[in-house]
Design a protein. Sequence first.
Lengths: 116, 212
Amino acid sequence: MATQDPQTQIPQPPLISLGEDVYNQIMGQIEPELTTSVVKMLKEKYKDETPEQAKARAVRYSAAFAEYDKQYQDYKLNLERGLRHFQKGLGDHFEHKNRNDEAGTMSTIEAAFSQA
Amino acid sequence: MSFIEVPNGQDPLLKIEKTEATASEQKAEEKDTKKPEQKEMKEQLRKPKEELHQGARNGVEQRIAAHNVRLTALQNQKDRHDTDVATLKRRADEKKEHLKDTDLAADLVTDTATAMQAPEGKTKPGPVEIPEGEDRQETKQEQMLAKGVDQTKAPEKNVNPEIAQAQVAALEQADVRTEQNTEVADTKAAQKTESADSARGVGTNQAGGQIA
């Protein structure tokens, strides 16, 4: 695959998903029972559960939320880094294009003045 | 059957029956008190589970909402960025147009410089021959001069150098032609005088006149 000069092509912006998609994407890896589709069915699923089991489940869920918050912070940092890179790349692209467009005309003008 | 003291004159069997009746009553009482306790225990078991599930749902909704708020802020930032990009593009296009005009101006400078250098290398044109009998017609340059260009005045200031140079060249051309026409007219006049003199006999002895 031929590589192109990054300054000649317009950079692509990072993909920013909706809240539910981001949540399920992260929580699905930590605690699948806490994804939006499964959390609605917990009451039916654990109706015959003992109190001790419920208590253990509560502890597990708390740990899952804490881990989610940590991974979401990392996700947010990566997203902001990607956005800053995109903004800078876009600015460099336009600067490079503008410089190229002007170069030919400027050298023509300079030649005209030097001949005069 | 427990040992029961029988009071004087009473039937011992009656006492036993009484004891059994008391026991069954106690059992019934115990059963009645257990029902609310069981209910309460069930309620106590159900509450934490309900709280747990409600807590889980709340946690999910809060985290989704937090990301959506962040998403809205990023969307606004993107809209501002798109506006900045559109402004940059517009300014770049305007700059291109300015450069085109500057390029045209540079060409004009080059042409003017070339025109200014050219008159020094030119030589004055040679004598113009006008056929006999033909009236000397006023040249275009002389017409232009007659219209408004004063030969004694220098070219006006703040005039396009190209036009000024053209005027100077026209003046020079007019001077040359005037000289040439004067020479031709003098030559003709001299020729006429000679022919007239020769007709009168000046310089001959035919009519007995002096020979000069």
